[in-house]
Design a binder for this molecule. Structure first.
Ligand code: ATP
Ligand code: MG
Length: 527
């Protein structure tokens, strides 16, 4: 018999098996899976009373909180669509997304309410604002008070098909205006099963929510950790001292984070020499190029490092760093080199690296092609943007815009975004490779390399560098260091020292912003 794959089944399983277990800890709030389920039911009853129907969009603007986590399941029970909003946007961006998605309701955390206040009068479809962890203004609803009126009894769920859309996730906007990605129950369900397998998720896991749930990388955690009865620890801000504190206080076993956040943990550890005898078994980093610090994470923090690759459009993950068994006898440094590659397709994903003529690249670690993927996680399309959907998904294959090589063992190695590759004198330079070398310099805290115009070569690499506190280094020294470790044409020819780099809310460096200084408001044209 056909059983549709619906995300609410994950919570059902947790309640049946792990009802008495702690489901969520959010600062001083602590609830079991039974209690979580009751709150989810209350929420669904409340949404129904506010007129939410199947297919309606419900927007959510909050850091990682208990309320947001229950929001997922509360919204899904009605067959409604969750639209999580990035907490670092500007009021005009929220206006664009809320009107574009035609959201009916908006949940907002008190600490972010000021971002919505200026646009309230211009919201075309939002009928009600529900404020959590504080009160908004008189016409709004106050979450706790509002929720408490409703029954904890099971909610009569809507008829849902697995191909129905459950989320409208706006992309990070690293390269331009965010696009609304439509993901279905089936997309998220099968993606979650694959992640559970690869990360060996179990009921013994205690998961620290560092990646924001509003971002696609953090979005899946309420599914795979719930299905297995793991405990969720909420975290509002990804500050190193807070992360180490939560790891210790709650015996955290697993975390996912952007490499930039992992980098701040390493810096913090350098300064404070934290006690690393923790229960953390693995840390997963993706969503941006990882600099060469795999070995530091494994050796100094003692955490297994796994790199993943993906994008919102594919739920998100499609590659996971895995070492071929025959390589496990190699010295550990060599193994780290392989682990720093995005690796192999995850279960349920088909991934190819193709040249412009459509042929797959040779597995020689040199030939560069675009990553294309076909998987259970690939989106239904972009919301209200048929044209972008058709150019991104061709003949069933998602064109990622990311470039990669394949080595002789089959590991896929992400070279760069097509738009970030620097073309100097006809040679392709991976900004990621250059950054990797800069990160090896002891004075460098962060680095981002971009193409800038060059009279003779067309383009040349330029580096933005943040120096570690208390360290000094000159432009000449860093250029000389790069030349020692890279072919000369790849080394940056100039360097800007900055206090910080512009980042998206999930911690990705926004190279578009950096390029603006050199190319003006118009993005540099990429062939
Ligand atoms: P937008 O599409 O709005 O410009 P974005 O592409 O940053 O933003 P996401 O979907 O969050 O939005 O990010 C996916 C992108 O992140 C990938 O296309 C890729 O460029 C980059 N990425 C993800 N994982 C890795 C990885 N392991 N190594 C290198 N790059 C990665
Ligand atoms: Mg993208």
């Amino acid at each position: 018999m056909y059983v549709p794959l619906i995300l609410t089944q994950f919570l059902d399983r947790a309640v049946r098996l792990y009802g008495e277990k702690t489901a969520v800890i959010d600062d001083n709030k602590k609830i079991t899976y039974y209690e979580l389920n009751e709150r989810v039911n209350q929420l669904s009853h409340g949404l129904k009373q506010l007129g939410v129907e199947k297919g309606d969009r419900v927007a959510y603007l909050a850091p990682n909180t208990l309320e947001m986590l229950e929001g997922f399941y509360g919204i899904f029970q009605l067959g409604a669509i969750m639209v999580p909003l990035n907490i670092r946007l500007k009021p005009e961006d929220y206006l664009y997304i809320l009107n574009h998605s035609e959201s009916k309701l908006l949940f907002v955390d008190e600490e972010l309410y000021h971002l919505i206040e200026p646009i309230k009068g211009d919201l075309q479809t939002v009928e009600k604002i529900i404020v959590q962890n504080g009160k908004g203004s008189e016409e709004d609803l106050f979450y706790d008070e509002w929720l408490s009126q409703f029954s904890k009894e099971p909610f009569a769920r809507a008829e849902i098909d697995e191909h129905d859309v459950c989320s409208l996730l706006y992309t990070s906007g690293t390269t331009g205006k965010p696009k609304g990605v439509m993901l279905t129950h089936r997309n998220n369900y099968l993606h979650a099963l694959s992640v559970m397998h690869h990360l060996r998720v179990s009921d013994e896991d205690i998961y620290l929510h560092i990646l924001p749930m509003f971002h696609v990388n953090g979005w899946g955690a309420p599914f795979y950790y719930t299905a297995n009865g793991a405990t969720h620890i909420c975290l509002r801000k990804a500050k190193p001292e807070l992360i180490f504190e939560k790891i210790k206080n709650h015996n955290v076993t697993v975390m996912h984070m952007a490499p930039t956040v992992l980098n701040t943990l390493l810096q913090y550890h350098d300064q404070h020499q934290n006690d690393v005898s923790t229960n953390v078994r693995v840390v997963i980093a993706g969503s941006a190029p990882p600099p060469a610090f795999v070995k530091r994470v494994e050796n100094e923090l003692g955490w297994e490092f796994i790199q993943v690759y993906g994008m919102t459009e594919s739920s998100p993950l499609s590659l996971i760093s895995t070492i071929r068994p025959q390589l496990k006898n190699l010295p550990i440094e060599e193994q780290h080199r392989f682990k720093a590659k995005a690796g192999f397709p995850m279960i349920g994903c088909d991934v190819k690296v193709v040249k412009e003529n459509g042929e797959e690249v040779k597995p020689n670690g040199k030939e560069i092609g675009e990553v294309i993927t076909r998987s259970n996680g690939v989106m239904k399309g972009y919301w209200k943007n048929e044209e972008a959907t058709m150019s991104t998904i061709q003949n069933g294959w998602l064109h990622t815009g990311d470039m990669a090589t394949v080595d002789e063992y089959g590991h896929i190695d992400i070279v760069d975004r097509k738009k970030d590759i620097i073309i100097s004198g006809g040679e392709n330079i991976s900004s990621i490779e250059v950054e990797g070398v800069l990160y090896e310099h002891p004075a460098v805290q962060e680095a981002a390399v971009i193409a800038i115009p060059h009279e003779k070569w067309g383009e040349t690499p330029h580096a933005f560098v943040v120096i570690k506190e208390g360290e000094t280094v000159t432009e000449e020294e860093l250029i000389a260091f790069s030349r020692q470790h890279l072919a000369h044409f790849k080394a940056p020819t100039s360097i800007s020292f900055v206090d910080e780099l512009p980042k998206t809310a999930s911690g990705k460096i926004q190279k578009v912003q950096l390029r603006k200084h050199f190319w003006g408001e118009r993005e540099r044209l990429v062939n």
